[in-house]
Unconditional design. Structure first.
Length: 267
């Protein structure tokens, strides 16, 4: 495939819900393969809506989304699932599934019939459980695991789909400091030449440290896209979050954001 074709291209994406709420407004950008990309912005800025449009959980109002140069709009859910996998912030219902059964769900787009997995599917799941350090938990019910363990299982499930693009929604929102870093280390290690990971996350310093690119959104619109050290500035934080912050580089060369003050509107 031509190296110049972006892995993901969003073209003039508009999404208006039935109640009239305009979640995404004329959003256009492209990202190449082999990148960890941070999707950053305040609550309600359109991040999750856009991700749900990319994997066809939501239909676009107008515009287009292309994977490897092909629109996802005419594709079936199974065809999209072979290209795009999704990692939710948490699994709202596990239905009593074990860790092994949960990860095996990621192979369903490839099953030749409704019920039976192949030996190759089982081998891939076994290897992936080991890769993500949850093999010893494979017979445990998912809802009996810690938040950090559950997140690793959900990432493993998305990984066995063998996608071109993985969408990860707020993977560290319920995790403590250690597990935040652990999850990001896993995601960084997973990025391959033939796969990009798009992560929606509120921790800007975490995204700046691990991501190759950042996509910044505000009120449904694209504000900036580029390398973290080039696009994340005090001026951008002020514009996007209405927060005054210090942005600096630590002694290891990593960018950090330190919120300082916010203006409180008085009635």
């Amino acid at each position: 495939m031509d190296d110049e074709v972006p892995l993901l291209e969003v073209r003039h994406l508009d999404k208006v819900y039935e109640n009239g709420y305009h979640a995404d407004r004329d959003v256009s950008f492209s990202i190449p393969s082999g990148k960890l990309v941070g999707l950053i912005g305040p609550n309600g800025c359109g991040k999750t809506t856009m991700m749900r449009c990319i994997n066809k959980m939501h239909m676009l109002t107008s515009g287009d989304i292309l994977i490897d140069g092909e629109s996802v709009i005419p594709k079936t859910p199974t065809e999209v699932a072979k290209l795009v996998s999704n990692v939710p912030a948490e699994m709202t219902a596990s239905f009593g599934l074990t860790v092994f059964e949960t990860v095996m769900l990621g192979r369903y787009p490839y099953l030749q019939n409704m019920w039976w997995e192949t030996d190759e599917d089982e081998t891939l799941v076994e290897e992936t459980l080991k890769k993500f350090g949850v093999h010893h938990l494979q017979d445990r019910a998912l809802n009996m695991l810690s938040s950090g363990e559950q997140q690793r299982v959900l990432i493993a499930k998305a990984y066995v789909q063998e996608p071109r693009l993985m969408l990860v929604d707020e993977p560290t929102s319920h995790l403590d400091m250690k597990f935040k870093l652990e999850v990001m280390e896993y995601l960084k290690a997973m990025v391959k030449k033939d796969m990009t990971i798009l992560v929606a996350e509120h921790d800007i310093s975490l995204m700046a440290r691990y991501c190759d690119l950042c996509v910044i959104m505000k009120k449904g619109e694209l504000v900036a896209i580029g390398e973290p050290k080039k696009v994340i500035t005090p001026e951008l934080i002020k514009d996007v979050y209405d927060v005054e912050a210090s942005v600096g580089i630590d002694n290891e060369g990593d960018l950090y954001v330190l919120p300082k003050r916010v203006k409180i509107e008085q009635e």
